[in-house]
Design a protein around this ligand. Structure first.
Ligand code: ZN
Length: 95
């Protein structure tokens, strides 16, 4: 009696393709997390998440696994932390 899981996967295909942790790792991009309740935000290293969730894990679903370190709620959104201005991968700041 199975087959129900396939239905859920079809629905996800209709939406935008989710970026996976493996893709971000290839590009050296981190995961940006944002708390919908208190606005606390942070960027998490992909390597750490891959160790826990695996490279095939879709980035938008990481939020369901997270808990805000600011207010402790679980209403956390996640997205790839794409660099906003072209190539800023190696920005070394010495203050
Ligand atoms: Zn919060």
């Amino acid at each position: 009696m199975g087959g129900i899981k396939h239905e859920a996967m079809k629905q996800r295909d209709a939406a935008l393709p989710a970026t996976t942790l493996g893709e971000l790792s290839d590009r050296g991009v981190g995961v940006f997390c944002w708390c919908n309740r208190c606005g606390h935000n942070a960027t998490i290293a992909v390597a750490r998440l891959i160790a826990e969730l695996g490279p095939q894990f879709p980035v938008p679903e990481i939020g369901a696994k997270m808990r805000c370190s600011g207010c402790g709620c679980r209403d956390v959104a996640t997205r790839p932390d794409w660099p906003s201005l072209g190539q800023v991968a190696d920005h070394t700041s010495h203050f």
